[in-house]
Design a protein around this ligand. Sequence first.
Ligand code: AHG
Ligand code: MN
Ligand code: MN
Ligand code: MN
Length: 344
Amino acid sequence: MSPATSDPISLTRFLIEEKRAGRINPELRLLIEVVARACKRISVAVGKGALGGVLGDAGSPGAASINIQGEAQKKLDVLSNEILLEANAWGGHLAALASEEMDHSQPIPDVHPRGNYLLLFDPLDGSSNIDVNVSVGTIFSVLRCPEGVTTPADEHFLQPGTAQVAAGYCVYGPQTTLVLTVGHGTHAFTLDREVGSFMLTVRDMRIPEDTREFAVNASNQRFWEPPMQAYVGDLLAGKDGPRGKDFNMRWIASMVADVHRILTRGGIFSYPLDSKCASKGGKLRLMYEANPMSFLVEQAGGAASTGRQRLLEVQPTGLHQRVPVFLGSKREVEVAVRYHLAHA
Ligand code: AHG
Ligand code: MN
Ligand code: MN
Ligand code: MN
């Protein structure tokens, strides 16, 4: 991991240089700038908290607002979704958008020009942490609109993660940090709050291949499949067990914050299949959580798997499809996969 040079590089300059190097086109550059601008607005809203009246549940008492996942929406889930929709509607770079908080994708309205990209997002990740002042974030994924499609529908988004042209997240924590890939490494930009610009702070993040740290919601242990039980059992056995080393555990319960830790210092993040979520295929959503995070992690030298298959190669069948997730330090993900394949 090389620190940024003393010559400060803003996100705008970084993207212009990527364009000059032929790695992105002007439309994709604009798209990323617009998403970053929306993230700044979400960061401001998150930062105001109770002062901005943005905490708590959406809807009214006794009439909670529920999204297509069956989750009660927070006010910030709804607000962040609106900020992203509004920011991206008129730029001319997008053909359609899809979000965790919307039942179906939305083509860009006819009053605005349509571009060539599809944008998917989790507007506010880590809803359970909003009201307790713990890091939350925004996750996004960019796909190409299939050739000849003028009014994209849900089916046009159903492309495997390998088809992503860009992905990123913005974590709203002690610092607001945007982490981005356009398929040439994973880079971190910290928001300079006084200036209002994202500044490159880590070029080419690298995830250590080995780790002694894992992240899982251990309260689900009794619901896990046998291979997961065996894998975590061996992690917990520490240096006297088959792994021969002690492991530490961390679970923030905001995927953005857990993945940011892994991109920063290594580790394995998992949300495995369990008997509570098995009928849905997992807990995390493939298109706007697992795929963008897997792209970022692979671009930083890590690995991402369902436990049985490379995550980016899963062929999607639904916009809100769920999937088991193992991602992070390459050799540790390979170990977790071995347990699953051995029990196949
Ligand atoms: P979201 O808030 O966008 O619905 O996502 C929540 C996800 C993810 O951020 C996190 O890793 C996981 O849910 C936490 O799940 P548990 O509450 O089961 O630990
Ligand atoms: Mn949610
Ligand atoms: Mn989420
Ligand atoms: Mn969310």
